[in-house]
Design a protein around this ligand. Structure first.
Ligand code: ADP
Length: 327
């Protein structure tokens, strides 16, 4: 079902009165890509998504799908669909009728729309619940129904706004796997808004990090994680220390730092916090300049000779693990 349909954002801007929510965004999303729009609250992610969906007007610039300007088309005429949170399901309609709803609006006959709804319910592994009402389903099951309901319009681009935020952590990881599988199977573009870096790294072919209404950096997850361009990206993606040396900002991965009692190389710092994380232990230290450093050790290494809070330790790193940041 691969369509070869690229989505292009051209000088896309959104203003609400004096607030610039999205500023001059230029980006090409290749067809069939799983994209995560990642950034802190208020950075402009939802406004961008809502403009693509047609639920929010474009202040300046354009949105092009397969080279056609869709900026002024109604939501249903764009070739995009939005997966809404599960609580947006109609409570008085069965699961099957919820999924078939948009076909009913288009005047598709009952037998045909129910047959199509059942196919999509099978796709999201919900076929056996077709006759139930939404309140007879778990949160995760409702989420699957919401997904089937968005997919029935056969969108070329599926838009998802924080789709997993209402689920408990265990279900969230399961649904993550499901979303990725579905996207691969359908071969269409998914644009998924999240403020969770782990979610973006786990799901995306391309992560777009937004900050203050602009794109701060974009690229494949591993590239972004290993070579953050700015201090903001290094800190937001996590897993790095940002250290200032000779007026330059450097990023160093927390799991590549060495911690020792005897060492004289590096910085002497005081152990401030210790967090057990299962396979690893995270140690937070304070330098004499009151900067925080985080060192992640394999659980076995830590427990072979544990550090204690208040102890002084030497934090060192090798030049090979240092990555210079802009600014
Ligand atoms: P995010 O999804 O990253 O949290 P939003 O796109 O929702 O960010 O918001 C970006 C900025 O636009 C914020 O400053 C927010 O307060 C503002 N904003 C969003 N929606 C509206 C609105 N309907 N009216 C006025 N300001 C808005």
């Amino acid at each position: 079902m691969r369509t070869g349909t690229d989505l292009e954002l051209f000088r896309l801007t959104k203003r609400y009165g004096d607030t610039v929510a999205v500023r001059d965004l230029n980006h090409l999303i290749a067809a069939g890509t799983y994209v995560c729009l990642l950034g802190p609250s208020g950075c402009g992610k939802s406004s961008t998504l809502r403009m693509i969906a047609g639920h929010e007007s474009v202040s300046e610039g354009a949105i092009l799908l397969d080279k056609a300007d869709i900026s002024n088309l109604p939501p249903a005429g764009r070739g995009t669909a939005m997966m809404f949170q599960s609580y947006a399901l109609f409570p008085h309609l069965s699961v099957r009728d919820n999924v078939a709803f948009s076909l009913k609006m288009k005047g598709v006959g009952k037998a045909q729309r129910h047959a199509r709804a059942d196919e999509l319910l099978d796709l999201v592994d919900m076929g056996r619940y077709a006759a139930r009402l939404p309140n007879q389903l778990s949160g995760g099951q409702q989420q699957r129904v919401a997904l089937a309901r968005a997919l029935i319009t056969e969108p070329r681009v599926l838009l998802l706004d924080e789709p997993l935020s209402a689920l408990d952590p265990f279900l969230r990881i399961r649904m993550r796997t499901e979303l990725k599988r579905l996207q691969r199977e359908l071969g269409i573009t998914f644009i998924h808004v999240t403020h969770g870096q782990d979610e973006a790294l786990a799901l995306a072919d391309e992560v777009i990090v937004m900050n203050n209404a602009v794109i701060e950096q974009s690229g494949p997850p591993r590239e972004l994680f290993n070579t953050p361009r700015t201090e903001f990206v290094a800190r937001f993606l996590g897993g790095h220390n940002v250290v200032r040396q000779d007026g330059r900002a450097l990023a160093i991965r927390s799991d590549r730092m060495q911690l020792s009692r005897e060492g004289t190389e590096g910085i002497a710092a005081s152990v401030f916090g210790i967090e057990y994380q299962g396979t690893t232990v995270q140690i937070i230290l304070k330098t004499p300049a009151d900067e925080e450093l985080t060192v992640v050790l394999p659980e076995r290494d830590f427990f072979s000779r544990p550090f204690e809070i208040g102890e002084t330790a030497n934090v060192a790193w090798s030049e090979a693990d240092v990555h210079a940041l802009e600014g």
